[in-house]
Design a protein around this ligand. Structure first.
Ligand code: BES
Ligand code: MN
Ligand code: ZN
Length: 494
């Protein structure tokens, strides 16, 4: 998808389709009113017929509207004008993209960016429109024998008027293009089935991306991982015939010697639960258990495309979690890279076991901040559902920085508590700690476990168990939280 910013009247835009909004009660937006006027009241006539009520998400495609230069006019319902806000704006853009996909239009001019969204500027509206256009036209057909029908839509021009707005919108779509490329990569990696996305393949994908975008990449194998003393990571990996990988990506955009931001992503390419085997229903979705890894690798791509003047590192412990003759058993005690010992009471709580060693590895960078991203707990899905990502941190300023970045990117996270009281849940008679606590507050105990390995720096943990993918008819990876992370890093670079 190609994005551009264009000025000028919607009636005069020579394009495949002009997209304008209509509120409920036949209230034309300013752009729709211009089209109406040029066409001698054609839109008013149509609306009077009752064919388009302005209902949120409804669309009506008109062909060859008289005195309008574009081949088509797409009317998009905006809902009640009194209720117009971020949600309806995004819904209108998404509906427009859906409708355009069914047409032969190769190029479309969006005038929805003119609509006033309380509290949001042209940059936000342009970025969201571009991200939604990319999201709406994304397809995954690498695993189909024949590719499906492609949509014709290739170019989206967003309307902005006046020097300041044009400049702001132009910068916004440049950033959106980079973020969209990252989101698409995260979705692709997530959607790949586990047989086509083993730890080795994931590492190869990271290496190829690094090579293409000028990042440094290093991949450690089993022997090197053992040498580092990552006993906890290796305990998870030992049940699989697929060897583990530890992936290190580096973007040296900032001055040499300046502390980097380190991202850590959970890379369980398939989570069976191990000996604490998961039930069969929906187990296929555990191919998404590497979405944290996918998001940090893909964020590095976005960072490279944005050429951020910032030092950023991504660390990915990648492994399968399998039962097997050599698999780790409930009750086994392992020694982590930090020296702390862990009693593995449940082999299905494997994410924290691989992340803790990566968090210890991160210490060598003396990082400015560390953010880990993981599909860590089913409990997270119960607490926040599929809308917000769960956020935990040992530093309030870092937490709010991430919340603000999520709000700006509309890839939202919610800050949960991680008070010391919750640490009480982690007590073992045989090791320094168990890898699980009782069921209540499971997402928080998981965060507490990780916090014990993140004492040397400012750290935040994003539990994306609910936000990384969708189930059901729309099953697929979302690419979250690439947009949040990209905004966070862009803010840090500014
Ligand atoms: N990958 C899962 C978490 C998960 C489950 C994410 C379902 C999304 C949907 C993780 O490895 C896991 O199995 N966690 C256990 C922890 C428990 C044993 C303490 C869980 O949440 O059930
Ligand atoms: Mn698990
Ligand atoms: Zn898992």
């Amino acid at each position: 998808m190609e994005f551009s910013i264009k000025s000028g009247s919607p009636a005069k835009a020579k394009t495949g389709c002009v997209v304008v909004g209509v509120h409920e009660g036949r209230k034309l937006s300013a752009a729709a009113a211009e089209v109406d006027k040029a066409s001698g009241g054609f839109l008013t006539e149509i609306l009077r017929s009752g064919d388009h009520g302005g209902r949120k998400g409804s669309t009506l495609l008109l062909h060859k509207v008289r005195k309008v230069a574009a081949d088509r006019v797409l009317l998009v319902g905006l809902g009640k004008s009194s209720e117009f806000a971020e949600g309806p704006y995004r819904a209108a853009v998404a509906a427009a993209i859906r409708a355009l996909k069914g047409t032969g239009a190769v190029e479309a001019a969006f005038y929805l960016t003119d609509l006033p969204v309380p509290g949001r500027d042209i940059a936000w509206k342009a970025e969201q429109a571009a991200l939604l256009a990319a999201e709406g036209t994304y397809r995954f057909d690498r695993t189909k024998s024949k590719p499906g029908t492609k949509s014709h839509l290739k170019k989206v021009a967003l309307h902005a008027e006046g020097k300041a707005d044009v400049e702001a919108a132009t910068a916004a779509i440049a950033r959106a293009g980079a973020i969209a490329a990252g989101v698409a990569m995260a979705r692709d990696l997530g959607n790949l089935p586990a047989n086509l996305c083993t730890p080795t393949i994931l590492a190869n994908e990271a290496e190829a991306m690094a090579k293409a975008h000028g990042l440094k990449c290093q991949v450690l194998g089993e022997k090197e991982i053992a040498k580092l003393g990552m006993g906890s990571f290796l305990a998870v990996a030992q049940g699989s015939r697929e060897p583990p990988r530890f992936i290190i990506l580096e973007h040296a955009g900032g001055p040499k010697g300046v502390a980097p931001v380190v991202l850590v992503g959970k890379g369980v390419t398939f989570d069976t639960g191990g000996i604490s085997l998961k039930p069969a229903a929906e187990m296929d979705e555990m191919k998404y258990d590497m979405c944290g890894a996918a998001s940090v690798i893909a964020t590095m791509k976005a960072v490279a495309l944005m050429k951020l003047p910032l030092n950023v590192v991504a660390l990915v412990p990648a492994t399968e979690n399998m039962p097997g003759g050599k698999a780790v058993k409930p009750g086994d005690v392992v020694t982590t890279m930090s020296g702390q010992t862990v009693e593995i009471l449940n082999t299905d709580a494997e994410g924290r076991l691989i992340l803790c060693d990566a968090l210890t590895y991160a210490e060598r960078y003396k990082p400015a901040a560390v953010v880990d991203v993981a599909t860590l707990t089913g409990a997270m899905v119960i607490s926040l559902g599929h809308i917000a990502t769960g956020l935990f941190a040992n530093d309030d300023a870092l937490a709010w920085e991430l919340v603000a970045s999520g709000n700006a990117a509309w890839d939202r996270a919610w800050h949960l508590p991680m008070w010391d009281d919750y640490q009480e849940a982690l007590k073992s008679n045989f090791a320094d700690m168990p890898n699980v606590g009782p069921r209540p507050g499971g997402a928080i105990t998981a965060a507490c476990f990780l916090s014990r390995f993140a004492k040397a720096y400012k750290w935040a943990h994003l539990d994306i168990a609910g936000s990384a993918w969708k189930s059901g008819a729309e099953k697929g990876a979302t690419g979250r939280p690439v947009a949040l992370l990209a905004h966070f890093l862009a803010r840090r670079a500014a």
